[in-house]
Design a protein around this ligand. Structure first.
Ligand SMILES: C[S@@+](CC[C@H](N)C(=O)[O-])C[C@H]1O[C@@H](n2cnc3c(N)ncnc32)[C@H](O)[C@@H]1O
Length: 210
């Protein structure tokens, strides 16, 4: 076990992702954690957790938390960077958890890059594992709503292009369909709170299943 753990700790794509986005996303991770902590929404599942940075430094420490990602390499990295926290290698469109197991499900930048079918199934799964009164907290892109958000979108689009063909195409499709606001509405979630980040046209939304 020990060599695998060490290999996970130095997983280069994980290190590079955290280096590139750690500071940029610090504020949004803090807001997500606050939305969960304020109402004591534990157990908390973070799907498409990537490097697991949602549970390092920016919060998420006041109750049981779980991270899930389809990339087992990322999961090994996440687990090595946050020893003691449970991280699961699995599919957000087929969650390996029983019904109503969580009071919060969060997903940050994990919707726009998926195909419409997968996104839709992910929301059905989030709804299934949420306990009554539970909340979804989602962070993702909207269509620009003013000049400042339009300018920031140019940078975001360049980064999205770097991420590659399918990711980029799915992201364009996500916005064409109306971005996060329309996506949550169409998938039966009602917004209870929203915070918008102009630069990048990003919103952080707390929502309840209808
Ligand atoms: C853009 S990253 C976002 C990572 C993280 N939430 C963040 O805010 O930095 C999207 C993540 O979704 C994961 N992913 C892709 N398809 C998935 C699936 N079907 N189930 C779970 N995770 C998936 C990828 O491995 C990747 O780590």
């Amino acid at each position: 076990m020990r060599p695998l753990h060490r290999k996970g700790f130095w997983y280069i794509p994980g290190r590079l992702y955290d280096l590139a986005f750690g500071l940029i996303f610090y504020g949004s991770r803090r807001r997500v954690a606050t939305a969960v902590e304020r109402d004591g929404l534990y157990p908390w599942l973070d799907v498409c957790c990537g490097t697991g940075s949602q549970f390092r430094g920016s919060g998420g420490t006041r109750g049981p938390v779980f991270g899930l990602d389809k990339s087992c390499d990322m999961i090994r990295y996440a687990a090595a960077r946050a020893p003691g926290r449970p991280f699961v290698c699995g599919d957000a469109a087929r969650l390996p958890f029983k019904d109503e197991a969580f009071r919060a499900v969060t997903v940050s930048f994990g919707l726009h890059d998926k195909s419409a079918d997968i996104r839709h199934t992910m929301m059905a799964e989030a709804r299934r594992v949420l306990a009554p009164g539970g909340r979804l907290v989602a962070v993702d892109f909207e269509n620009p709503w003013n000049a400042k958000s339009q300018a920031g979108t140019l940078v975001v689009r360049a980064v999205e292009r770097l991420a590659g063909g399918e990711h980029y195409r799915n992201g364009r499709d996500f916005l064409k369909r109306g971005g996060l606001r329309a996506f949550l509405r169409e998938n039966g979630f009602v917004e209870t709170a929203r915070h918008e980040i102009e630069v990048g046209s990003i919103s952080i939304v707390v929502a309840s299943p209808r």
